[in-house]
Design a binder for this molecule. Structure first.
Ligand SMILES: Nc1ncnc2c1ncn2[C@@H]1O[C@H](COP(=O)(O)OP(=O)(O)O)[C@@H](O)[C@H]1O
Ligand SMILES: [Mg+2]
Length: 255
């Protein structure tokens, strides 16, 4: 069953008498427990779409149904990770992870064991008492993922979470995210600029056009899991990467 249904959604931004048609119309459905990645050129409305899915922005036309209900402004059970990790410098790592739970009024003792377990699982358990500035970019992003997963979200929204990282760290983070998803089985929507990363992480890739973004292609990625980086050398993998690249070439996004 589809957990999220997007029906003819459009978004036009208006500021100072100017209107920017940023997105759509787009229609799509997301199934529970699957990871879908959205790729598309800069400025095509990917972040706009993700914000609308999370109830952080409203469409100008169309609607989004979450489990049959129109998307609300303050939805529970959503974890979000952005390109910038947004860790608070005056809190240590553990307290950064606990922030969302604190804001919900959950007692610390109820969630601290899970926070520590997540930091362990993500390979930064030894840094629980450190400050964010003591950690590398990759480690900080692991903390941001732990924070997003703390309250066991049913939906994980990731907006270019690895874009600020170097290539090797980025690959490692991809493998890690995939491992975490293997256990958590959260419905996830990811945005990335990297076509190989999209294919590696997803059950499905949506390819968007330039602004206003519409869906050019909807590609199932039926590659076996768990996936290792060696998969990227396989012909099946390369074939899907090529299909996405061809879409971009046809639409003039890639010369
Ligand atoms: N709050 C806003 N006000 C006006 N224009 C915006 C706003 N947010 C985004 N835009 C414009 O909408 C378009 C899509 O933006 P965005 O969703 O951030 O694209 P992407 O994430 O694909 O790069 C861009 O042209 C951007 O400049
Ligand atoms: Mg964006």
């Amino acid at each position: 069953m589809s957990e999220i249904v997007v029906q003819s959604v459009e978004r036009t931004y208006r500021s100072g008498g100017r209107a920017v048609h940023a997105l759509g119309p787009v229609s799509m459905e997301f199934e529970a427990g699957r990871t879908t990645t959205i790729v598309g050129p800069s400025g095509c409305g990917k972040s706009t779409l993700l914000r609308i899915l999370g109830g952080l922005d409203r469409p100008s036309a169309g609607q989004v149904l979450v489990r049959g209900q129109p998307v609300g402004e303050r939805m529970d059970g959503i974890g979000v990770v952005f390109q910038r990790d947004l860790l608070l410098d005056w809190r240590n790592i553990l307290d950064n992870v606990l922030l969302a739970a604190e804001m919900k009024g959950l007692p610390r003792r109820a969630v601290e064991p899970r926070a520590r377990a997540l930091l362990d699982e993500l390979g930064v358990g030894d840094f629980a008492d450190r400050s964010p500035w003591e950690l590398s970019g990759g480690m900080r992003q692991r903390v941001a993922i732990a924070r997003a997963l703390l309250c066991e979200p049913w939906l994980l929204l990731l907006d270019e979470p690895f874009s600020a990282l170097d290539a090797m760290t980025r690959d490692q983070m991809g493998v890690l995210l995939q491992q975490v998803q293997q256990t958590a089985k959260t419905t996830a929507v990811l945005i990335t600029h990297s076509i190989p990363e999209a294919v590696f992480l997803s059950d499905r890739v949506l390819v968007m056009s330039g602004r206003p973004g519409v869906i050019l292609d909807d590609i199932a990625v039926d590659l076996p899991r768990p996936r290792t980086l060696a998969l990227r050398e396989e012909p099946e993998f390369a074939a899907i990467v090529r299909r996405i690249r061809v879409q971009f070439e046809r639409s003039g996004v890639l010369a």
